[in-house]
Design a protein around this ligand. Structure first.
Ligand code: TYD
Ligand code: MG
Length: 458
C-alpha cells in the first residue's frame, strides 16, 4: 500500500502532523512544521502499536486478572551502580535512553554492561559512530571477553531491525540514535524527524519481542538530547551521564524510570581500564578544608534511595550592577531567588545590591528541597564572613512564611552524617528524633523558623 502523501514534521520536536499549521500541536513551537513527502507508510504502521496484540483473541480488551504478569523479568548486569540506577537490573522489553555529553563514557559503560550479560542472554551492540575496529580496541582496553557479544556497524534502522529479528539477542544497544536513519523519511540522518522515526521503530521492535533496548543519545550544547524531548516520552527509562569538568567521577542519574526510583544516582570513576563503580560514594564530594571557610555548608541530600553528603558553597559579593546576579549551579535558580526573598522578609538578612552565587561541589545536581536551609545559612555565612563549623551538617526545606519544613527520610540522613564523623546536625524540628533515637555522637538541633536557625549559626 504505497501511497504518496504529504505530512508535516516539526523541526523542534519531530512531531508529525497531517496538516500544516503555524504552531506545532505537540510542542507548541511556532513556524517549525516542514512538509515532507512520504513515499511509503512507515514500517509497522502507526495504527498497530498495541502492545501485546498477539495475546488478544478478539477485541483485545482484557480483565485485569487475565493480564499476564510474568512480563517484568529482570536480570542484573552485575555492575552494581548501573543496576541500582536501572531499578534492579534490565527489564525484558524495557527501553532505556542513555544521554550525556560526547566523551563522557556512554559507549564504555554500555559495552561493559552488555558484555557481562551477553554470555547468558545474547547481546547485539550496533554502532553507527565507530568502526568495528574501534569498538574492538575499546573492548580490549576494558578486558571484555568475546562471550556471545555480537557487534554490527550499521545506520539504517530497517537493516538493524531485520538483523536483530534474525539474531534474537535479549539485549540490543544502538549507539547512537542520532546516527540512525530510516527509509520511511526522505530527510537527512541526524534530523529530529529521523531520530524520532528510527527510535519509534526500534521501540516498537523491543516491545514486540521483549528485547531490552538501549538507545544512546548525545546531548546538544543547550543541554538537551538533540531532538528528544520526544524520545524521553517514548522510552521507559531516561538516564543521564554527567560529570564535573575535569573530574574523573561520573554520575549516572535516572531522570525517569518506569521500573524504579526516579533520581536514583550511580557513581563511577573513569580509569584507564574503564569505568569502575564507586560503591560507597556518600562522602566523595566533600572537600576537607584545613580551616573552616565562610560560605560553606555541608548538607545531607537523598538522591534516589541513598543519602549523600555534599558541600554547598555560597559567595555573596557587592555588585556593580543595578540588577545584581543570582546564579545557582546544581540547584534550581528560581528557587534561589525565592529563598533570598524569604531570607530578607523573615530573617531581616538582605542581599539587596549584592551578587549571590551558589554552587554544589562535585557537579551533583540536587532536585529536592532539603538544600533550602543549608543554602540560606551558607549565604548568610558568606555575607557575614563567619564560617559554619566544619563538623556540622544541615538540611531542611524553607517555606515562604519563613518556617522550616521537614524532609523525608530524616533518620537515614542523620545516620549517614554520624557515620562520617559529623558532630552536630541542624534540622527541621519535625525531623528531630527523640533523645533515645539519636545516632551516637551526633547532637541534633531542631529548628522551627529560619530566624532561629540563623541565631544558632551566628
Ligand atoms: P566513550 O565511552 O567513548 O564516551 P561516549 O560514548 O559518551 O562519547 O568514552 C570516551 C572517553 O573515555 C575518552 O575520552 C577516553 C576515556 N576512556 C578512559 O579513560 N578509559 C577507558 O578505559 C576508556 C574505554 C575510555
Ligand atoms: Mg560513544
Amino acid at each position: 500500500k504505497a501511497s504518496v502523501k504529504s505530512r508535516y514534521v516539526c523541526t523542534a520536536c519531530g512531531g508529525i502532523s497531517m496538516q500544516w499549521a503555524g504552531q506545532c500541536p505537540e510542542c507548541g513551537e511556532w513556524n517549525t512544521l516542514e512538509e515532507q513527502v512520504q513515499a511509503t507508510a512507515p514500517a509497522g504502521g502507526r495504527g498497530s502499536t498495541r502492545v501485546g496484540a498477539q495475546y488478544a483473541g478478539d477485541s483485545g480488551i482484557k480483565r485485569l486478572s487475565e493480564v499476564p504478569r510474568d512480563q517484568e523479568t529482570r536480570f542484573p548486569t552485575g555492575i552494581g551502580e548501573f543496576d541500582r540506577v536501572l531499578g534492579g537490573g534490565l527489564v525484558a522489553g524495557g527501553v532505556v535512553l542513555l544521554g550525556g555529553d560526547p566523551g563522557i563514557g556512554k559507549s564504555t559503560l554500555l559495552l561493559e554492561a552488555v558484555a557481562r550479560v551477553a554470555g547468558r542472554h545474547g547481546a547485539l551492540y550496533v554502532t553507527g559512530e565507530e568502526s568495528l575496529r574501534q569498538v574492538g580496541m575499546r573492548a580490549e582496553r576494558l578486558g571484555v571477553e568475546d562471550d556471545g557479544l555480537r557487534l554490527l556497524a550499521e545506520t539504517r534502522v530497517e537493516t538493524i531491525i531485520e538483523l536483530a529479528a534474525r539474531e534474537r539477542p535479549e539485549v540490543l544497544v544502538v549507539d547512537s540514535i542520532q546516527t540512525i536513519h530510516s527509509d520511511a523519511l526522505g530527510s537527512a540522518p541526524g534530523g529530529v524527524a529521523q531520530v524520532r522515526e528510527s527510535a519509534a521503530q526500534l521501540v516498537q521492535f523491543a516491545k514486540r519481542t521483549g528485547t531490552v533496548l538501549f538507545l544512546v543519545g548525545h546531548v546538544t550544547k543547550e543541554g538537551q538530547l538533540a531532538g528528544p524531548r520526544v524520545l524521553e516520552h517514548m522510552v521507559d527509562t531516561v538516564l543521564y551521564f554527567e560529570s564535573d569538568s575535569g573530574s574523573r567521577y561520573r554520575l549516572l542519574r535516572a531522570v525517569k524510570n518506569r521500573f524504579g526510583a526516579a533520581n536514583e544516582l550511580g557513581v563511577f570513576a573513569m580509569l584507564d581500564t574503564g569505568l569502575k563503580e564507586v560503591k560507597n560514594p556518600s562522602a566523595i564530594f566533600l572537600s576537607r578544608h584545613e580551616q573552616p571557610v565562610p560560605g560553606s555548608a555541608i548538607l545531607v541530600t537523598r538522591e534516589g534511595t541513598r543519602p549523600l553528603l555534599l558541600e554547598l558553597q555560597a559567595l555573596v559579593a557587592e555588585s556593580p550592577l543595578s540588577n545584581p546576579r543570582r546564579l545557582a549551579v546544581g540547584l534550581d535558580g528560581n528557587r534561589l531567588g525565592m529563598l533570598l526573598a524569604v531570607l530578607q522578609r523573615h530573617a531581616g538578612v538582605s542581599t539587596y545590591g549584592t551578587d549571590v552565587f551558589v554552587n554544589i561541589v562535585g557537579g551533583v545536581r540536587i532536585a529536592e528541597t532539603a538544600s533550602d536551609l543549608p543554602t540560606l545559612l551558607a549565604v548568610s555565612s558568606s555575607l557575614r564572613d563567619r564560617p559554619i563549623p566544619q563538623d556540622w551538617v544541615i538540611f531542611g526545606e524553607v517555606g515562604l512564611a519563613g518556617e522550616i519544613r521537614p524532609v523525608p527520610n530524616g533518620p537515614d540522613r542523620l545516620a549517614e552524617a554520624a557515620r562520617h564523623g559529623f558532630r552536630r546536625a541542624l534540622v527541621p524540628a519535625k525531623n528531630c528524633p527523640s533523645p533515645g533515637d539519636r545516632p551516637k555522637g551526633l547532637e541534633v538541633m531542631g529548628v522551627e523558623r529560619l530566624d532561629a536557625a540563623l541565631e544558632i549559626v551566628r
